[in-house]
Write a protein of this length. Structure first.
Length: 117
């Protein structure tokens, strides 16, 4: 099983980034997918989630209206489009896959996002 994130980097406040996570080794379309982040000295927090079935996405209040999660089951990929980035969005962003049936969960290695001028 692998989840490989990419797309992180350094961006100025107000800028945009698109994170990608490519999955392999499990039936991607059957898993709920999420993005989490962890800033230095803070706990890992849920940023956005998209279910395996349906389109009911969920977002942390701090990112609503600025971030958009999407998935492409044909490409075994989940994305996080981030815009109007703020310094407080600086964190390592992790991709998570979770089975709604078995509760089995997989994590990627993370990608660093730094918002700074």
């Amino acid at each position: 099983v692998q989840l490989v994130e990419s797309g992180g980097g350094l961006v100025q406040p107000g800028g945009s980034l698109r994170l990608s996570c490519v999955a392999s080794g499990f039936t991607f379309s059957s898993y709920d997918m999420s993005w989490y982040r962890q800033a230095p000295g803070k706990e890992r927090e849920l940023v956005a989630a998209i279910p395996s079935v349906g389109a009911s996405t969920n977002y942390a209040d701090s990112v609503k209206g600025r971030f958009t999660i999407s998935r492409d089951n044909a490409k075994n990929s989940v994305y996080l489009q981030m815009s109007s980035l703020k310094s407080e969005d600086t964190a390592v962003y992790y991709c998570n896959a979770r089975s709604p049936f078995t509760r089995r969960s997989y994590w990627g290695q993370g990608t660093q996002v730094t918002v700074s001028s």
